[in-house]
Design a protein around this ligand. Structure first.
Ligand code: F6R
Length: 366
């Protein structure tokens, strides 16, 4: 069933363009500049009057929720809180009847996410689940559900479940923005068209392999690795670090680039690889200065940049590229680079990529 791929994870990475196409199908209308999720059971007036959205999730799904904060606050102008489900459960969270709670879960069975959603519901929130597994507990218990349509994910490390979550999050931001009157049809068309273009663009990126083999060869015996990102790529830096730890067992830490000088800069020397996500976007100059700071301390720099950015090449030891795409789309393409990086390092080390030690696909106990 691996269809010629060495691991399920690699197969699932390569499947992403097709699964994102599935996630968009029948939902996106570029002509109308709108998204149709079918019947969701939420009154349009209620959506207009929302006071806030609270995301609850764990692990990789939590990083999808963090990306959602950027997109939804920008396009729908509603406050978005993102909580780790395990933290939310034992706080006394501020929820009202005008709060929309969005649990995000591939399996739909994660114990903490389910408990957090139930708690939000008891406090009066309405719940809209973003799930992959059809008829899972979280999907069934929520008032509404948007399925990610990723198909079964076998690799323990989540890949296609995450990118389809990001696709759903972008659609949801447009859907909310259109209903709340904060996004006009023209802007929506542009975003939706960019989203439609993702599978084609991603497909081209997946053919590149040599550079990852080169990185694996040079960096797979390091002890630790720092990932820096800013804005909507900060969660992607964290997700990149999580992927590396999970499958290669190399310690890695995702950090907000702007926080580097508040601590992690002390770690930097010639032995520490630093992965920096620095494509052209509103914080490009800011993150570029991190490149200079790392280089000045002899850190090993692996940069993810916009195709053809020669400025970055002057500093970085290795440059990985994504095409020049709008900001909302950058997380979707950047994370594929992070997945391939982790995969090739792990494969070079010879770890059990599909079944990493100590991990379970679905965490149904607290
Ligand atoms: C990471 C990973 C885990 C899950 C987490 C949540 O690769 O797979 O961090 O993302 O356990 O699982 P779901 O999304 O099923 O709730």
């Amino acid at each position: 069933e691996k269809q010629g791929y060495k691991h399920f994870m690699l197969k699932e990475i390569h499947e992403q363009p097709a699964r994102i196409t599935d996630a968009l199908r029948g939902r996106v209308s570029v002509d109308r500049g709108d998204v149709d999720f079918g019947e969701m059971g939420f009154d349009e007036e209620w959506i207009k009057g929302l006071d806030k959205i609270v995301f609850v999730a764990c692990g990789t799904s939590y990083y999808a929720a963090q990306v959602a904060k950027y997109t939804i606050e920008e396009l729908a102008r509603v406050p978005v809180e993102v909580d780790l489900a395990s933290e939310f459960r034992y706080r006394n969270p501020l929820i009202t009847e005008n709060t929309l709670c969005i649990p995000v879960s591939q399996s739909g069975e994660t114990a903490d996410t389910l408990a957090a959603m139930r708690q939000a519901s008891e406090l009066g929130a309405k719940c809209l689940a973003i799930c992959n597994v059809i008829e899972s507990t979280i999907a069934r218990e929520a008032e509404g559900v948007v399925y990610t349509q990723a198909g079964p994910e076998i690799g323990v490390a989540s890949t296609k479940a995450f990118t389809t979550q990001l696709a759903v999050v972008s659609m949801l931001a447009v859907w909310l923005g259109r209903r709340r009157g904060t996004l006009d049809a023209e802007e929506a068309r542009e975003i939706l068209q960019a989203l439609r273009d993702v599978p084609g663009t991603m497909d081209k990126m997946l053919h590149e392999k040599a550079i990852y083999k080169h990185i694996a060869y040079n960096y797979s015996d390091v002890n630790s690795c720092l990932y820096l990102g800013r804005g909507n790529l900060y969660p992607i830096a964290c997700e990149g670090a999580l992927k590396l730890k999970e499958i290669s067992y190399i310690h890695a830490e995702g950090y907000a680039a702007g926080e580097m000088k508040h601590g992690p800069i002390a770690l930097i020397d010639e032995n520490l690889p630093v992965v920096i996500l620095v494509p052209k976007n509103r914080v490009y100059e800011k993150v570029f200065s991190n490149l200079e700071e790392v280089k000045a301390r002899q850190g090993q720099l692996i940069a993810l940049a916009t195709e053809g950015d020669n400025g970055v090449r002057d500093f970085a030891d290795v440059v990985l590229e994504i095409p020049d795409v709008p900001e909302y789309i950058q997380p979707l393409l950047s994370v594929v680079v992070m997945q391939l990086l982790a995969y090739h390092v792990a494969d070079f080390k010879g770890t059990d990529v599909d079944q990493p030690r100590n991990l379970a696909k679905s965490v149904t106990v607290e």
